[in-house]
Each structure stands twice: as structure tokens, then as C-alpha cells.
Design a protein around this ligand. Structure first.
Ligand SMILES: Nc1ncnc2c1ncn2[C@@H]1O[C@H](COP(=O)(O)OP(=O)(O)OP(=O)(O)O)[C@@H](O)[C@H]1O
Length: 926
């Protein structure tokens, strides 16, 4: 019975969490936008209730009704507008924008309500009680629990039964289709935002009197607890999500009772984030796959390299004179330089490699606490302690790379956010971090007498040198093989993996590198302050960092300079009191992040205009960013014309094949591929045809290692590769293109093609991913030149792949696959998006490629004109089963194939656009 009061208290708070989480999941399900600022909606409602009930003395019922029935829908409408503006933007912009909303709310509330006054919302619900055993239960507790259950049940029933509910479910799958059916997807989404925000507002109003005092941050983070509940509901089921809220509420209360000392004292507040982190880690990959792209696409104002070089030198000279110019704020300048390193580390992760970290302040906290303990307790020499502090963060970065490997997009963002809060609640107060006392840690300056770096001035110069070194290192990394792999990873992880490079190794590398640099930044900044406490490393800061890294313009290392100086120097140099200026700035950053879609568009237009004007005045090689390595030596027309005199052309392949044996792939109860055995030998084009949904792409995915077959084998040159991953298969000679092309859109064509060869050299070794030998780079250039020539795209070398027509992109895709010594190439509907003439030319190219290289091609295609013209042998699938195979003439003549797929007649294969009849070009899409 001693547990009963905790159980009841847990059910009450859990009910509020569940309510908030249900609203969150509803809006996520219907709009695809996960609102990281959902807690801020509850904060707005709670403060509105405080104003109406406590200040304006409105009866609580009326105040609550206004907050929930007016405030909630208005907030919902605002968010619907935000969601609409985010429509087609990348995931990073969406995350930044909702974080922006959260920052705006927290800042406005902080500015409006000074922190010196304690604000309490009185318990307004009836407090009369009855007893269950010896435990009193108040009417307020019963009302909250009943309200939570009823509202969620009503929503679940509405979602299942009502017309609008059905439309809400339909809008998840296909908004345009819903529009076509006569129901406005826009209005359906608007309703879901209204309902979702109303649920959040209700939770805010219910939660307010349960808190010892109103505080925007605590309130926002308390409702963030909803993330854990949403994870239990797999971000999809409303009842399960509500149940998740209850489970978390009860478990939190039980932890509070059970763990009163040691590391587990922090378990209760950390529990929702622990749940979030664990659920994300153990959920099946497919369930939580999120293909949204992360990279900010239009942050690239192209400034010529010489201008950047001169600018960089000028900035360095200016910074060198700061101790003479501004002695008053020297510590702030030193801090700002430490933060340059932090933003470089975050930029490497977010801007270069398209990963997300919403816990970067945690690495700083690790760095600063390690630095303090190593110098104060272990008495390590200062420089050694600085290096070891960074090294200590590396395993933590590697741990964080685990969710990065398993998850992507939004779920990675949530996992890192959960990780940061977990670290704060559970470990900040441990003796090996900031300790329980709250006094904080002491950090001392380096004591090198002949360098006098212990003075403010000396230490400033030391940090300046280290920040410049970090900037130079980051620049070198982004221009090395690793940099190219990181950018390719950001553009298309699948494209990189099927080119031969292990993307898991790349992810671990970048997380470790970023963690090291962030910890160094933390240590340097801590030493500058000389006394730090855990409060300075609130997880909210990680959100501000992310918002900042997204909104600042400029390429590396400039963005780091702008972000750091904006965050640290402006508040320090401004005339107001530090706290107010910092809050105003937070508001500004939040607003900028919120308006990111708008500024993104504007920025793109301006940068495109500028880039268009620059070429006239400057040599082409100064324009824009083409990565170094392969692209520094673009193939000259002369070298192509000379046939690469002296270069080693790969010998024509004589033997080898890709074979499947009784291959079976299942998706739950669906048998997508059912015992398929086929062979695609080198030197021939083999077709794989069948109606939509026959299992062709699934067969390709199983062959290339993107899917594990339930049964059967895949062999390459007689070698069983069934258990190998896509990168390993690519290195053994299996190339692949995709119907939805997986090019590295931000890279020039040349780098795309070169990556086909370079990814294989990079492979799965961390060392080889870092950089390549000269011989390898020569070979990469040769392979890229030859593949581009073979595909006729040499003149496109310097163009960004994202700017090409579909036909050109198909050729780039083909060339990239060919650059990697491919033996057998899987082409998935390569004519998709091509016009008639382009399709015929593409067919010619395929024949040339097979003729010149002797590679084998397995071709999935609906264009029967192309298939019958180029293929030597064709396999036909229907409902996952192989129904026929033979030469084109036999396939076309087969009654079974006609019945299953071809239908009426198929014209004789054409050889040129002129000879081709319209029937040839009709794609069979039965
Ligand atoms: N990830 C998945 N989860 C569940 N079912 C899937 C998945 N991918 C494919 N399927 C199902 O497997 C079957 C085969 O699909 P697949 O995409 O391989 O067909 P296809 O022959 O390539 O079709 P198309 O010509 O339209 O590309 C279909 O019933 C499809 O709905």
C-alpha cells in the first residue's frame, strides 16, 4: 500500500503527459511535421491561464475554457501556417523551424515575466477527497485522469469512425489523392493542428497547478516528456501513446520513491528520455525509417577562394589586435573563439554530413568536466589534459553514432535530444562531472612561463591559434576523401553505400570527430571562465546551437565565426544587462529559425544572382565550390580525344555472373519475391520484366544487399554474397542504379562519377576513408574520365548533378556505377523520365558499354521497345514468381507473358527514333 500514493500521482501526471503526447502524435501523423515546440504550446496556455485566472481574476472555469477552446485552436492555426510554409523543405529546416518556435516562446515568456518573482498557479480543481485504503484521492486527481482517458478515447474513436477522422488517416498516405476525391487535404490538416494544439493547451492548463512554480523552461521540458510517450506509441498509435504517458508518469513516481541516492536519483526526470532513447534504439529499422534529407540545401553563397583567403587573413590580423583594442571584453573574445571550434564541430556533422545532433552541449560538458578533473585532481600537464578531454568524448560520440547508424532524420534528432537530457539529469551531478554541491568546477590556465599563456591576453592568443588550427583542419577534412564521403553521405546514403563505401564507418568517424572538437571547445571555454557549473550546459543550448548552425550563412569555416560571434560577442558587447540581451538574442535566433523557409528561399535567390554575376569577372576555377581530389583535375577534351594515352583501360571482362537461387523476400505476410532463380552473365544484357508490384525492385534490393532475403542465395561470380552488405557487394563488382535516382546532387558531375571509384577504395576501413594514396587518386581520375567518356557526359563534368535534366542524370548514374570496376550492373527502370529519343540513345549507350567493357547488365524496364532491343535474355515475374524466361522473341510470343503483363501486341524492336513505332515506346504498366 505504500506504493499506492505514488501510483495515483503517477497516473495523474501520466494522464497529462499522455494527453500532450496524443496531440503531438496526431499532428505528426497527419502533417508529417514533428513539432519539437509542442511543449511550448502548453507553456503558452499555462501562462495565459495564469494571466486570466491569477491577474485578471477570471473564474478558473472561464479562464480554462478560453485557454483551451480559444488559445488551443488559435495556436493550432498558427502552427498549421508554419507547417504549410515548411511544406517541401528539408528535414533540417523543419527541425530548426519548430525549435525556433520553442525558442521564441521561451524567450518571450522570459522577457515578459522576470525570474525574480515566483509565480504560482493555485490548485483550482476541487480538492475534496475520498480514501482508497489509507490513501486520499482528490476530486482534482480523478477529474484529470478521467479527462485524459475520455479525451484520448474520444479522439481515437473519432479518428477511426468519423468522416473527418478517416480523412485525417487518408491525408497521411496521399494528400493530393484526398484532394482529388473532393476533400480538402488542407482543411483536414488544419483540423488536426487545431485538435493537436488544443490537447497541448489542455495539458498546459492541467499541469500548471501541479508545478511548484511557473517557469517557461521547466514547463516546456515537462511536456517534452510527451516525446517518450510518443515513442512508446511508435509515433503512430493514439491509445498506445496515451498509455505510454501513463506508464512514464507512474514509473517516474516509483523511481522518485525508490531511488533517493546515487546516480539513479536522476532517473525519474530522465526516464521519458531514457524511454525515448531505448525505444528508438530497439525499434525495427523499417518501422522508424525516415528518408527526409537533412542538409541545408541553400546555404551556399559562392564567394571566390582568393576573396575568402584575403578575408580570412584580414580577420586573423584583426583578431590578433583584439587584446590591444578591447581589453574590457577579452574573456568574451576568448569564449567566442572557443565557440568557433564548437560550431565547426557541429557544422561538420550537420552541414557537411547531413547528420543531426541536438545534444552538442553535452560534449562541451564532458570536455570541460574532464579538463577540470584531469588538471586539478590528476595533475596532468595542461596540453595533455586538453587532448585527453577531447579523446574522452570520442567514445560518447561513437555511442551516439549507434542511433545514427540505425536511425535517420527525425528519429536521430530525437535520440540525440533524449541523450543530452539523459546526460544532464543522470550524470551532471556525479562527482566525475560537475558534482552535487552546485559549487561547480575550477579550471586553471596553462602555466608555461616562457609563453605567458596564463594571463588573459596570453590565453586569448593560445585559443586564437587553436581556433585557427581547428578551422584549417576542418577545411582540410572537407576537402579530403572523408569530406567528399561526408557530402555524399548527406546527399544520398544509399547511393554511397551501393557505390562501395561503408556508411556506418563514415557516420562513426564524423560523430567521433565532432565529439572531439566540441569537447575541446568546452574545455577551452571552461578554462577561459575558470569556474563553471552544470547549469551553464543546459540541453536547451543544444537546440539554440542547432538553430544557429542552420540560420547562419557562409561556407566553412565562416559560418562558425558568424554563429559564435553572434551567440557570444553580441550579448557581451551590447549595452543592456547580459541576461536580457542573451534572451533577446535567443528570441532573434528563434525567430530567424522559425522563418527559415522564407529566408532560405530569399537567400537562394540572392546567392544564385550573385553566382551568376561573378563568372564574368573571375576565372571559372574560382567560382563556387568544387571539391578537391578528383574534381581538381577535370578531364580535358584533349585528353579524352587522345583516348587517355598511357592510362590503363580495364580489360574486357571475360567471365562472371550475378545469380540468384530460389530467392524469397517477404514483407510481413506479403511474399514480394517467391523463389526466383536467375542469372545475369557478363557481356550480356538480361531483362527482368513484369507488371507493377511483381517484385522486380525487391529482387534488385535483395541482390544489392539493401534487403535480406527470407530464403535463397545471391551469388556473384559463384561467390555467396547473401550475408554481405551493399557496400561489400559493390566492392566485389556489383553496380546499381535506382528508379528514383540516388545521385549526390550537391556535388559536381565529375565528383559523382569519381565517387563510384573512390567509394570502393574508401571501403570499410576508417583509415582509408580518411584519405587516399596518390596512386589511388590517379586511378580514381582515370576511372571517372573513362566512365564519363563512355557515357558521353564529359562536357557536363563541372555541372552540379542536381541541376541536370533527367536524361543527363540517368547517364551520370550509369557512369558512376561504371567508374567502380563494375562486373554486373543492376539498372532499375533507367528509361523512366526519358523521352523517346533519349530512351533510344540510352539503349545505344548500354550496348556500347557492354560492347566496350564486357560488363553484364540486369535491366528492369517497362519500355518493351528498349527491352526487346537490347536484351539477350529476359526473365518475367508476376506476383513475385518467375513465370517465364527466354530470348526476347520467345517472351513476346509467350501466351503466359501476354496474359500476365504484355496484354495486346508488342511491336518489333526499333533501332532508332525514326524507325520506332509509337507502340514501342508505350510503357507497359499493368
Ligand atoms: N518496403 C516494403 N514494405 C512492404 N511491402 C513492400 C515493400 N516494398 C515492396 N513491397 C511490396 O512488394 C511487392 C513487390 O514490390 P516491388 O516494388 O518489388 O515491385 P516492382 O515489380 O518493382 O513494381 P514497379 O514496377 O511498380 O516498380 C509489392 O506488392 C509491394 O507492395
Amino acid at each position: 500500500m505504500t506504493y499506492l500514493p505514488y501510483l495515483i500521482a503517477g497516473l495523474v501526471t501520466g494522464s497529462v503527459y499522455g494527453l500532450a503526447a496524443t496531440g503531438l502524435v496526431l499532428t505528426y501523423k497527419t502533417s508529417g511535421l514533428f513539432n519539437l515546440g509542442h511543449g511550448a504550446l502548453a507553456t503558452v496556455a499555462a501562462y495565459l491561464f495564469y494571466e486570466l485566472n491569477v491577474h485578471a481574476n477570471l473564474p478558473w472555469g472561464l479562464a480554462a475554457a478560453i485557454c483551451v477552446l480559444v488559445g488551443g485552436p488559435v495556436l493550432g492555426l498558427v502552427f498549421e501556417l508554419i507547417a504549410r510554409s515548411l511544406g517541401s523543405t528539408g528535414l533540417s529546416v523543419r527541425i530548426a523551424s519548430t525549435i525556433g518556435f520553442l525558442l521564441v516562446v521561451v524567450s518571450i515568456v522570459s522577457l515578459r515575466y522576470d525570474s525574480t518573482t515566483t509565480r504560482v498557479v493555485p490548485q483550482y480543481l476541487p480538492q475534496s477527497s475520498f480514501h482508497l485504503g489509507s490513501t486520499p484521492i482528490t476530486a482534482a486527481q480523478v477529474i484529470i485522469a478521467v479527462l485524459g482517458v475520455t479525451a484520448t478515447a474520444a479522439l481515437a474513436v473519432f479518428f477511426r469512425r468519423a468522416r473527418l477522422g478517416a480523412a485525417m488517416r487518408a491525408v497521411v498516405d496521399d494528400g493530393p489523392l484526398l484532394d482529388a476525391a473532393g476533400t480538402s487535404a488542407l482543411s483536414v490538416r488544419r483540423w488536426s493542428w487545431i485538435i493537436g494544439a488544443t490537447f497541448a493547451a489542455t495539458s498546459g492548463v492541467l499541469l500548471a497547478p501541479l508545478l511548484a512554480e511557473l517557469n517557461p523552461l521547466n514547463l516546456t521540458f515537462l511536456v517534452v516528456t510527451a516525446f517518450g510517450a510518443a515513442a512508446i506509441g511508435r509515433f503512430s498509435s493514439l491509445p498506445l501513446t496515451y498509455g505510454g504517458g501513463l506508464v512514464i508518469g507512474v514509473a517516474q513516481q516509483l523511481c522518485t520513491k525508490q531511488f533517493t541516492t546515487g546516480v539513479l536519483t536522476g532517473l525519474a526526470p530522465a526516464l521519458p528520455f531514457l524511454v525515448l532513447f531505448v525505444v528508438l534504439l530497439i525499434s525495427s529499422r523499417r518501422r522508424l525509417s525516415d528518408d527526409s534529407r537533412i542538409v541545408p540545401r541553400s546555404r551556399a553563397l559562392v564567394v571566390p577562394w582568393p576573396v575568402q583567403g584575403v578575408g580570412g587573413a584580414a580577420v586573423l590580423v584583426l583578431l590578433a589586435f583584439i587584446p590591444q583594442i578591447d581589453t574590457l571584453h577579452l574573456t568574451d573574445w576568448t569564449n567566442a573563439l572557443s565557440y568557433v571550434i564548437l560550431f565547426l564541430s557541429l557544422g561538420l556533422l550537420v552541414r557537411t554530413s547531413g547528420q543531426v545532433s541536438l545534444c552538442h552541449v553535452s560534449f562541451m560538458a564532458i570536455g570541460v568536466s574532464a579538463m577540470s578533473h584531469l588538471t586539478q585532481s590528476e595533475h596532468l600537464p595542461w596540453l595533455l589534459a586538453l587532448i585527453v578531454s577531447g579523446l574522452i568524448a570520442i567514445p560518447v560520440g561513437a555511442v551516439l553514432a549507434i542511433p545514427a547508424i540505425r536511425l535517420s532524420g527525425l528519429y536521430l534528432a530525437l535520440a540525440t535530444f533524449g541523450f543530452g537530457i539523459l546526460l544532464q539529469y543522470m550524470f551532471y551531478t556525479e562527482h566525475y562531472m560537475f558534482g552535487e554541491s552546485g559549487v561547480g568546477l575550477t579550471l586553471s590556465r596553462p602555466a608555461v612561463s616562457w609563453l605567458s599563456v596564463s594571463s588573459d591576453k596570453g590565453y586569448y592568443y593560445l585559443v586564437l591559434v587553436l581556433a585557427a588550427a581547428a578551422a584549417a583542419t576542418t577545411l582540410m577534412i572537407t576537402r579530403s576523401r572523408l569530406g567528399r564521403l561526408l557530402r555524399a553521405l548527406a546527399d544520398s546514403p544509399v547511393g554511397l553505400a551501393t557505390s562501395g563505401s561503408s556508411i556506418n564507418v563514415t557516420r562513426i568517424l564524423v560523430f567521433c570527430l565532432s565529439a572531439f572538437l566540441a569537447a575541446e571547445a568546452g574545455a577551452l571555454q571552461g578554462v577561459s571562465a575558470q569556474q563553471v557549473s552544470g547549469d551553464a550546459y543546459s540541453p536547451l543550448l543544444s537546440l539554440t546551437f542547432f538553430a544557429l548552425i542552420m540560420i547562419v550563412p557562409g561556407r566553412d569555416p565562416w559560418y562558425a565565426l558568424f554563429a559564435s560571434f553572434g551567440l557570444i560577442l553580441i550579448p557581451a558587447l551590447a549595452a543592456f544587462s547580459g541576461a536580457t540581451t542573451a534572451t533577446c538574442l535567443q528570441l532573434l535566433f528563434g525567430a530567424a529559425a522559425l522563418l527559415l523557409p522564407l529566408s532560405d528561399r530569399l537567400f537562394r535567390q540572392v546567392s544564385e544572382r550573385l553566382s551568376e554575376r561573378l563568372p564574368a569577372a573571375l576565372p571559372a576555377r574560382w567560382k563556387g565550390e568544387t571539391s578537391t581530389g578528383p574534381s581538381v583535375i577535370l578531364p580535358s577534351t584533349a585528353s579524352v580525344a587522345a583516348g587517355h594515352a598511357g592510362s590503363r583501360t580495364p580489360p574486357r571482362l571475360a567471365s562472371g555472373s550475378l545469380d540468384t537461387h530460389e530467392l524469397t523476400v517477404r514483407f510481413g505476410g506479403v511474399v514480394a519475391v517467391d523463389g526466383v532463380s536467375l542469372s545475369a552473365p557478363v557481356g550480356r544484357i538480361t531483362g527482368l520484366i513484369g507488371p507493377n508490384g511483381a517484385g522486380k525492385t525487391t529482387t534488385f534490393n535483395a541482390c544489392s544487399g539493401l534487403l535480406r532475403p527470407a530464403q535463397g542465395r545471391v551469388e556473384l561470380d559463384g561467390r555467396d554474397v547473401t550475408r554481405r552488405g551493399p557496400a561489400a557487394r559493390a566492392r566485389l563488382g556489383l553496380g546499381r542504379t535506382f528508379q528514383q535516382m540516388q545521385l549526390f546532387d550537391s556535388l559536381p558531375v565529375y565528383d559523382n562519377v569519381a565517387m563510384g571509384a573512390e567509394a570502393r577504395f574508401a571501403g570499410s576501413s576508417a583509415l582509408r576513408q580518411l584519405s587516399g594514396t596518390r596512386a589511388q587518386m590517379r586511378e580514381v581520375r582515370r576511372a571517372a574520365d573513362e566512365a564519363m567518356e563512355l557515357c558521353g557526359i564529359t562536357d557536363l563534368a563541372a555541372r552540379p548533378a542536381g541541376a541536370l535534366s533527367t536524361g543527363q542524370r540517368r547517364l551520370v548514374d550509369l557512369a558512376r556505377a561504371l567508374a567502380g570496376h563494375t562486373k554486373v550492373l543492376l539498372l532499375d527502370e533507367p528509361s523512366s523520365g526519358l523521352d523517346r529519343a533519349e530512351t533510344v540513345r540510352f539503349g545505344d549507350t548500354l550496348l556500347e558499354v557492354v560492347g566496350a567493357r564486357g560488363v553484364g547488365i540486369l535491366l528492369v524496364e517497362h519500355d518493351m521497345g528498349l527491352v526487346t532491343r537490347v536484351c539477350d535474355h529476359i526473365y518475367v515475374l508476376d506476383f513475385g514468381r518467375q513465370i517465364f524466361d527466354g530470348p526476347p522473341a520467345d517472351v513476346v510470343a509467350s501466351a503466359a507473358v501476354r496474359e500476365a503483363y504484355l496484354g495486346g501486341s508488342v511491336a518489333e524492336p526499333a533501332t532508332s527514333p525514326d524507325e520506332q513505332s509509337p507502340a514501342d515506346t508505350e510503357k507497359v504498366t499493368r
